[in-house]
Design a protein around this ligand. Structure first.
Ligand code: NAG
Ligand code: NAG
Ligand code: NAG
Length: 459
């Protein structure tokens, strides 16, 4: 291949890359589209095929490294109406370009946990697990995902503070890791991707947790240890007889009535009793019930031993949709997403609390805000970079799904494909999968042609 041909091929990919999703930014208590300024609500699914303990760094694969599986799932998530997935168990030494690009083409953002269960802060012994080796891993995840336009956010940790015991010792480590990740990201010179915390829904410490991670530290340079948002893993609304009040969402809405950072459900979908009706969806996206909530992520994509799946992975490398998928899809279709793009301008001016013992109400909860110093060697990693894989969006070509997918009744889903969209996916933007199959790349050829010509002239 000549140099000129190489440039031509490269340029087409580059220009298709321009059809990337707009960045999502934090504005006061909301997420917003950085270009249109519209409020952005998360319509998401927690994505951890294989389950919580599936991470195996020696296997050579993780949940975003098998493009065929990502393509199949992106097509189905798009049909469901999702605009975001959250992933938990990623390996920083793998390349995720194709999967990230497939989800980007489908209008789906990524929220990335930097931890895996085996490599995270140990809530029973935080000081010994907060070390350079651990942070090195988290920086690898940052490098891997920071250049994808559809990376919405990172979680610095998940449910580190769970009860009175852990609320004594662990809160400073949430702020420490947040600080380290933000410093690492800032030193790389790219955009400031939001970094936040995913909290267990333990009501007696939830308000303290939120105040602790979101408060402003006087004198600290740029408040760098402050979380940009909070996710709540909330399973209190159970079954068809539950409602906004008895499902205890009203209490959450009250807790967060004047929130100064975005709040959303980082997991929701109580599965007892079965089957699930997903009635909580209508409250989550109601401007009346939960006006300050920025949506949520339904737990979870694949059926695992704990019985929360929307879909079932079969042994013969096919996938079957479960009843829960259809019910969730029909609930999402009832939501008027057009009604929630406007931001509350009064709330935009709410100021975060100042960190002090005054904002902590539970006796056990840390109220000293002594953020641990960085372990030795971390400053060098931040300064010089970790030198791991740095991801980038790539041209993913044909987006037709070739693996078999079955409906609940056993019939095969026909003409399944990702439909290329230029903005966030919405439950109404994808009406039928058959129509989706006929949509080509958005302006890819034409633009590539013009740019190719330019390179040719310059060459
Ligand atoms: C960070 O991880 C890389 C492998 O990704 C390794 O080569 C390097 O030694 C690690 N550095 C530290 C300080 O742990
Ligand atoms: C694959 O397995 C599923 C579930 O057992 C079954 O319904 C389907 O017919 C199988 N497909 C093929 C091609 O064997
Ligand atoms: C806007 O935010 C303010 C401050 O939190 C609140 O009092 C008000 O009720 C909100 N308005 C709407 C329409 O939600």
């Amino acid at each position: 291949m000549t140099m000129r041909n190489t440039l031509l091929v490269g340029s087409a990919a580059l220009l298709r890359g321009v059809a990337a999703l707009n960045h999502i930014v934090v504005q006061g208590q909301d997420f917003a589209d950085s270009v249109t300024g519209d409020r952005f609500e998360i319509v998401g699914v927690d994505y951890q095929p294989g389950g919580e303990q599936a991470y195996d760094p020696t296997s050579g694969v993780d949940v975003l490294s098998t493009p065929d599986a990502c393509l199949r799932d992106a097509a189905l998530l798009q049909r469901l109406g999702a605009n975001t997935i959250r992933t938990y168990n990623l390996n920083p030494d793998l390349n995720h370009d194709e999967c990230a690009s497939i989800f980007n083409a489908a209008g789906i953002y990524l929220i990335i946990d930097v931890n895996v269960p085996q490599e995270s802060i140990n809530r029973a012994d935080p000081s010994s697990s907060y070390n350079v080796g651990y942070l090195n891993r988290t920086f690898g995840i940052i490098d891997n995902f920071r250049s994808y336009d559809n990376t919405l956010a990172f979680f610095s940790s998940n449910e580190l503070v769970n009860d009175d015991q852990t609320s004594k010792e662990d809160p400073p480590y949430i702020r420490a890791v947040t600080r380290d990740l933000k410093q690492y990201l800032a030193a790389r010179g790219g955009r400031a991707i939001p970094i936040g915390y995913s909290a267990a829904d333990v009501r007696n410490i939830l308000v303290d947790t939120t105040n602790y991670i979101s408060c402003h530290v006087d004198g600290e340079d740029n408040d760098i240890s402050r979380s940009d948002f909070i996710g709540v893993n909330g399973y209190s609304w159970c079954g068809p007889t539950s409602n906004f009040v008895t499902g205890q969402y009203s209490e959450l809405a009250e807790f967060y009535a004047d929130t100064t950072i975005p709040v959303f459900f980082s997991e929701y979908g109580c599965n007892k009793p079965q089957p699930r009706y997903w009635n909580e969806v209508l409250s989550i996206y109601s401007t009346k019930d939960m006006p300050t909530f920025s949506g949520g992520l339904a737990y979870e994509w694949t059926q695992e031993a704990n019985d929360y799946g929307l879909v079932q992975l079969n042994d013969n490398n096919t996938l079957s949709l479960l009843r829960d998928y259809n019910v969730l899809q029909s609930q999402l279709k009832k939501v008027d997403f057009g009604a929630i793009t406007t931001r509350n301008e009064t709330a935009a001016n709410l100021k975060p609390p100042t960190c002090s013992a005054d904002i902590i109400t539970s006796g056990a909860f840390d109220s000293e805000f002594n953020i641990p110093d960085q372990p030795d060697g971390v400053a060098d990693l931040i300064k010089n970079g970790k030198g791991g894989i740095q991801g980038k969006l790539v041209d993913v070509g044909d987006l037709t799904v070739h693996t078999a997918v079955y409906n609940v009744d056993g019939s095969q889903v026909k003409n399944l494909a990702v439909s290329r969209v230029s903005g966030a996916n919405t439950p109404s933007s994808t009406t039928s999968t058959a129509a989706a199959a006929s949509n080509g790349p958005v302006g890819g050829m034409a633009m590539g042609g013009i740019f190719g010509m330019l390179i040719w002239l310059l060459g």
